[in-house]
Design a protein around this ligand. Structure first.
Ligand code: SF4
Ligand code: SF4
Ligand code: SF4
Length: 285
């Protein structure tokens, strides 16, 4: 080594994470909602061959990393990829890139446009400073493929089913489709137990007689979730929120977290320390 002091936090802010191998860095690149076009993928593959050791790591949060970039190559690698519209990922005490499933653009179960929402959130909050780190996930339906409950701020698409009783023929297709036993057919008519219903819309898709239709479509919001050494399950804050409500709660959550959060404290730990009610009152006001 040259003996020159390495500014690790500066490198981290540019997306370079120190490896266990001396003088080597894993270059983290920003991927929003898990989508990259083929042109960008080619540019990343070229950079991995030129500056790394020819392979790419895909992280558990849909991000791309190019390991084994030498310290002296970090600036060149970064500049080259930035020219292709590929920016550095986030690390340290900042908001991470938003993860998302394909939602209703591709998935047959999708209830919301996850990519659109993820991109809007990312545009507003990516890389913002916070007391620890803030992870956001957008998932298209209650199957919860990107695990919104394990994120500091999780968003999940849902739909309220509505029964048009006059069309119902009592065929029970909806009953079979419902995985949580929330819809039952009694005397040839379907009834929904709203306490059991998880707002997934499977019954609507199953009905062949237009006896079930989509009412309000919106988002469930979970807050305070995290994985890791001390995992926490996100708490359900709202159901069937529209986009305006999602952004209002998100903005107020940022204000609350920045104001009340201790240095190094995750949102879930803050909510536990201060109590959920104070937070709930503030963000839902
Ligand atoms: S969460 Fe729902 S919409 Fe998203 S990929 Fe899974 S099944 Fe599809
Ligand atoms: S699938 Fe439709 S028609 Fe059949 S029981 Fe359910 S609501 Fe009625
Ligand atoms: S929306 Fe989902 S949970 Fe609710 S009744 Fe229909 S299938 Fe069951």
């Amino acid at each position: 080594m040259s003996g020159k002091k390495i500014d690790v936090s500066l490198l981290k802010s540019k997306g370079f994470l120190p490896q266990r191998q001396e003088n080597m860095f894993s270059m983290r690149l920003k991927v929003v909602s898990g989508n990259l076009d083929a042109k960008k993928l080619r540019a990343i593959a070229d950079a991995a061959e030129k500056y790394g050791s020819g392979y790419i790591h895909i992280t558990s949060r849909q991000q791309i990393e190019i390991p084994f970039v030498k310290l002296e190559d970090t600036e060149a690698a970064r500049n080259e990829l930035e020219k292709q519209g590929i920016s550095a990922g986030s690390a340290g005490k900042r908001v991470r890139a938003v993860v998302a499933c394909q939602g209703n653009r591709v998935c047959r179960n999708g209830l919301i446009d996850c990519e659109n929402l993820a991109c809007k959130i990312d545009e507003k909050y990516f890389g913002e400073a916070v007391p620890k780190k803030l992870k956001i996930a957008v998932t298209g339906c209650p199957s919860a493929c990107v695990r919104p409950q394990e994120n500091d701020f999780g968003i999940m698409g849902n739909v309220k089913p509505e029964i048009l009783g006059e069309n119902c023929v009592g065929c029970k297709l909806c009953e079979k489709a419902c995985k949580v036993g929330a819809i039952k057919v009694l005397e040839d008519k379907a009834f929904i137990n709203t306490k059991k219903c998880i707002l997934c819309g499977a019954c609507i898709a199953a009905c062949r007689k237009d006896a079930l239709r989509a009412g309000k479509i919106g988002c469930t919001i979970f807050v305070g979730g995290k994985a890791g050494l001390q995992p926490m399950q996100g708490i359900k804050l709202l159901e069937l929120a529209d986009e305006e409500q999602v952004f209002s709660v998100l903005e107020k959550t940022f204000e609350y977290y920045r104001r009340e959060g201790l240095d190094g404290e995750r949102l879930g730990d803050l909510l536990e320390r201060m109590g959920m009610e104070k937070y709930r009152k503030e963000v839902l006001s």
